[in-house]
Structures are given as C-alpha cells and as structure tokens.
Design a protein around this ligand. Structure first.
Ligand code: SF4
Length: 70
C-alpha cells in the first residue's frame, strides 16, 4: 500500500510549478482551486507541496487517473 504522501496522491501535480518554476521535490496540490489572487490581472496560485507532505484529503493515485490539461 502506498504511503499517504503528496507524491503518491491523486491530487499531486509534479508537471508544472507556479510560474513554470519547478522545485526539487515539490509539486502542486490540485485538491482545491487556486488561491491568493493578488490582483485582478494575476493568476491564482496552486499550493506548492513537497512529495513527502501530506494532508487529510490524501487520495491514492488511480491507474490512468487525473491528468492536468496542457
Ligand atoms: S496536500 Fe493533501 S490533497 Fe494535496 S497533494 Fe498533498 S495529500 Fe494530496
């Protein structure tokens, strides 16, 4: 059984960081919509989490599960 960590979660997106910047073991949590839209013209930000983080919304990755739109 996979450990309950962001890196094994269906909502973890390791493809893109905010502003196209990537972090070492980080990714985006897509459980909730983007947050903190500082100005009307700015995009909201997805929370950046570590592969070893976790939260109570963890959901195991399903084979052929969700993928981000490119
Ligand atoms: S913060 Fe929670 S919902 Fe988001 S990727 Fe990590 S375990 Fe999954």
């Amino acid at each position: 059984m996979a450990s309950s960590a962001c890196g094994n979660c269906a909502f973890f997106d390791d493809h893109h960081g905010n502003n196209a910047a990537t972090t070492q073991d980080g990714g985006l949590c897509r459980y909730n919509p983007p947050v903190s839209q500082p100005t009307p013209e700015a995009h909201g930000l997805w929370p950046v989490v570590s592969e070893k983080d976790w939260c109570g919304h963890f959901a195991p990755e399903a084979v052929g599960g969700m993928t981000a739109a490119e």
